[in-house]
Design a protein around this ligand. Structure first.
Ligand code: ADP
Ligand code: MG
Ligand code: MG
Length: 886
């Protein structure tokens, strides 16, 4: 085996695609050398050595020492220096480099090879003893820290004392003599702490540093980082040994870092910082304030220190040339590290730079328009989940934040408003045109209307999958949940935190992306949906095969869905319409009715409201498909709870509180999720389904007239397990269609389909879709299908699911990302059996999974026709669908 790969002098044994063997840093150093860029020569000890090291009791392959000697001699030849030489010594850096950049690994050691003799040689050769001793003290500090395990502060204390004693403030004020004296003290300190003198043999230093890099692969920090980022231990790290170039050789020397484009805005301008007469990490360490690279940036920052462009024009021009070369070569924004030694520029690192979601979009689109990448590549470059950051108003990063409390970042985006403590108040104030934040201990289905009215939701209890969190995400509203340090007093209408009490009407801002609750109105930035965002989405739409619809219950949802590019509504949940304040009373009358006649009378009150909802929805959607689900939740969810509310409702309806209590007791269930819900309601109370069907068909007729576009409603029957259930409900729907058609004298085009959300329905998919009266479409309700497949109730899972994911019992929360093995298999079976009997069967998915990129990829693979997700997530689904297709 070959254990060592050299680079330098315009060529290299490795290249960029050898990251697995050479690590990211080593592979890119080789690539830059091959490109003929000025890279100090050096060599990379491969990750295979690391693997060998741990497989063989922390020892090295026997060929390694020889290969290192040869490589070191080659570096000496290229630099005209010799490692350990007492006249012209070669100094090197020892740098770790895993495949993926990994904080937690060993820090770099610079100036290795210096000792009491070589430092004198360096002083003589450079004619600059100050530089030589500055380098030596840096080496002693770094080596002692990363190889010998001594703390930095031991040396900093000595340095500070010295500076105080001599009245210095900056390190650059110290003279050669100062550093010389300090080196003596540093070495004494090492001996004191370590029980041995500081190693003087350059070879011992080199192997000490190499061993420390390999050793750091298994240190606690690195292990933790790997666990958090799913990096396998087997990867190992490489070690790079590289000839030193010196940024600390006086005022014509410098060190710096740069991005080829702005990593936070994406603007195509070199962006970075440098320090004159400095070395290594001085720039990031914040010892001195770094200077700007370009004149433009200097002016913008209002700095009076010269830019690199002014101070070292030759090196600046070289840097400009090189960064152009690197971007063209790597076809991506690069993050560069460089050093200038006496006006000569040297490249020490390049890699694809980390960037914000906003910058990623701009960069991908601009690289494509510059012809460096294709449109498809641009589409592949964006992480769909990261779009979430861009689709909501966010807090201006420059704004001041007065943090009251911090909860969970339950639904992204930021919102400000007056605090209110009940949904009724939220709605009342909203009607007056005021903006409110709904504050609750926790929310329940009865708060839907208040949540709709509010700009954002804040709860003091509940996790990321609490009612508040799930519903807020569906609505695309910011939500902070579980802000436990807040105390809500519903009676006093106050909220208290750390001794500060806020009354109803006082303004707060919540940041659903960080979980912060802030005092007062904080400045926001609106999402940018045009420009690069629109361009990239249009490319994604060209690439994808999967349709993308939205789950929309209200006209405002539907408008948002269209704005975000939805191609229809995949799920309209009609019960949300029932919770509105002006309807809930009629709904309750219907539930409390003793007989069918009374029930029909109450339903007659609901009909016009329901119809007008659908008219509006159809008009907004202008002929795009709309899937409407019949009433699904158990009826008791609509009844009031608590004596006070029951009394109030009884009075309004004109009945006895006891009657409401009795009815509630009748409807109470041990396990509502598996209870009297879905099509079971339509079968027991067909008049409810009939009313809904009538509202749908009358609305379709009306909207077809007003828009001049045909409306083809898709009526969806929830929670069926058998073909018989479907047949019964479908018969009612068909009969109603015929009736409306006759009454209005119009022909109605519509489809009746079903949700597949029980394992039995998946297994019986062929029966359900078969023949003349079979289901015309399927929509996999994967929220319920996950609950029923796992036998886990989503509302109760919080107490153990976190443990399950932490222990790897399930790889991810199956309510967030579809369980391919189990739930996914049922989806596949359903699709396959359904299409076998009805090849044209339209199949989609609705539920939280429709907006999860990994689940969208699954839906593409199993050839669904569309996914439907919350309106705000439609761009995420569009992009994920495109990536799945490419
Ligand atoms: P990290 O992975 O933490 O960025 P590096 O190995 O890139 O660590 O080293 C950090 C810094 O040390 C570099 O940015 C550079 O400034 C300096 N450095 C590393 N090797 C050399 C060298 N051969 N000559 C001069 N400076 C070097
Ligand atoms: Mg680096
Ligand atoms: Mg369901």
């Amino acid at each position: 085996a070959k254990w060592v790969y050299g680079f330098g002098g315009g060529k290299a044994e490795g290249k960029a695609d050898m990251k697995n063997l050479l690590g990211g840093k080593g592979a890119n150093l080789a690539e830059m050398a091959n490109l003929g860029l000025p890279v100090p020569p050096g060599f990379t000890i491969t990750t295979d050595v690391c693997t060998y090291f741990y497989a063989h009791g922390e020892s090295y392959p026997k060929e390694l020492a020889g290969e290192v000697d040869t490589a070191l001699a080659e570096v000496g030849k290229l630099t005209g220096k010799t490692f350990g030489d007492k006249v012209n010594p070669l100094l090197v850096s020892v740098r770790s480099g895993a495949r993926a950049s990994m904080p937690g690994m060993m820090d770099t050691v610079l100036n290795l090879g210096l000792n009491d003799e070589t430092v004198e040689a360096l002083a003589k050769k450079s004619g600059d003893p100050r530089f030589a001793y500055d380098s030596y003290r840096r080496f002693i500090t770094m080596y002692s820290n990363v190889v010998l395990g001594l703390e930095h502060h031991l040396f900093e204390d000595i340095l500070e004392e010295h500076k105080d004693a001599h009245g210095y403030t900056l390190d650059t004020e110290l003279t050669a003599d100062d550093w010389k004296k300090l080196v003596v003290q540093y070495k004494a300190r090492v001996e004191e702490e370590n029980g041995k003198p500081f190693p003087q043999d350059p070879r011992e230093q080199l192997w000490g540093a190499i061993g420390a890099v390999f050793g750091s692969w298994m240190n606690a920090r690195a292990k933790t980082y790997r666990r958090l980022h799913n990096i396998p231990e087997s990867w190992g790290t490489a070690v790079n040994v590289q000839a030193m170039v010196f940024g600390n050789m006086g005022d014509d020397s410098a060190t710096g870092v740069a991005f080829t484009r702005n990593p936070s805005t994406g603007e195509s301008k070199l962006y970075g910082e440098f320090l004159i007469n400095a070395q290594g990490e001085d720039v990031v360490a914040g010892i001195r304030t770094p200077q700007e690279i370009t004149e433009d940036a200097r002016k913008e920052a209002g700095s009076d220190k010269p830019s690199l462009e002014k101070a070292m024009p030759d090196a600046f021009n070289e840097l400009t040339r090189i960064y152009g070369t690197l971007e063209k070569h790597y076809r991506d924004m690069q993050d560069l590290e460089f050093t200038i030694e006496q006006n000569k520029l040297w490249m020490l690192q390049t890699r694809s730079g980390k960037r914000t979601a906003k910058a990623a979009l701009k960069i991908a689109v601009e690289l494509a328009s510059e012809g460096l990448i294709t449109e498809d590549e641009a589409v592949m470059r964006i992480d769909p989940a990261s779009l979430d950051q861009l689709l909501h108003p966010t807090i201006d990063p420059k704004a001041e934040r007065k943090i009251l409390a911090t909860g969970l970042p339950a639904s992204p985006g930021a919102a400000s408003g007056e605090i209110v403590f009940t949904s009724e108040e939220a709605e009342a104030l909203k009607e007056k045109g005021r903006k409110v934040i709904l504050v609750r201990v926790e929310t329940s289905p009865e708060d839907i209307h208040g949540m709709h009215a509010a700009e954002g939701i804040l709860t003091t209890r509940g996790g990321m999958t609490s009612h508040a969190a799930v519903v807020a995400r569906g609505m695309g509203k910011p939500c902070v949940s579980g802000a436990g340090s807040l105390r809500v007093d519903y009676n006093a209408k106050t909220m208290t935190v750390a001794g500060q009490t806020l009354k109803q009407g006082e303004i707060v801002t919540i940041d659903g992306s960080t979980g912060q609750v802030l005092l007062g109105q904080v400045k926001m930035i609106e999402p940018e949906l045009s420009g690069e965002f629109a361009t990239l989405m249009s490319w994604a739409d060209k690439a994808r095969r999967l349709g993308v619809r939205a789950n929309a219950d209200t006209p405002s949802d539907a408008r948002t869905a269209l704005k975000y590019g939805a191609e229809g509504i995949g799920l309209c949940r009609t019960e949300h319409m029932f919770f509105e304040a002006d309807r809930i009373q009629a709904v309750r009358e219907m539930i409390l009715a003793d007989n069918e006649k009374a029930r029909r009378a109450a339903l007659a009150k609901i009909l016009p409201m329901q119809r007008s909802d659908f008219v509006e929805l159809f008009e907004i959607m202008k002929g795009l498909p709309v899937t409407i689900r019949l009433l699904d939740p158990p009826l008791h969810e609509f009844l009031p709870h608590g004596d006070a509310e029951i009394a109030e409702v009884a009075k309004a309806i004109g009945t006895e509180p006891q009657k409401i209590k009795n009815r509630a007791a009748e409807l109470a269930e041990f396990n509502p999720m598996l209870g009297f819900r879905g099509c079971r309601i339509a079968i027991a109370y067909p008049e409810i389904a009939e009313m809904q069907a009538r509202a749908i068909f009358e609305a379709a007729a009306e909207a077809a007239k007003s828009t001049g576009k045909p409306v083809v409603p898709e009526v969806m029957v929830p929670l069926i397990a058998t073909r018989a259930e479907f047949d019964i409900v479908k018969a009612r729907i068909d009969a109603m269609a015929e009736a409306v058609s006759k009454e209005k004298g119009v022909t109605l085009d519509y489809q009746v389909g079903t949700m597949i959300e029980l394992p039995r329905a998946s297994l019986m998919a062929d029966k359900i879709a078969e023949g003349e009266g079979g289901a015309e479409f399927f929509s996999f309700g994967t929220n319920d299908l996950t609950q029923t497949t796992f036998g886990i109730s989503r509302d109760d899972a919080a107490s153990f699911l976190a443990t399950y994911t932490a222990r790897g019992i399930v790889p991810v929360d199956p309510f967030v990302s579809i369980d391919r093995d189990g739930v996914g298999e049922l989806v596949k079976i359903g699709v396959e059996r359904g299409r076998r009997v009805q090849p044209k069967l339209k199949v989609g998915i609705c539920g939280e999974h429709g907006g999860d990129p990994a689940s969208v990829a699954f839906c593409h693979e199993v050839a669904l026709d569309y996914v439907s997700c919350s309106p705000f997530r439609t761009p995420i689904a569009r992009l994920a669908a495109a990536q799945a297709a490419l």
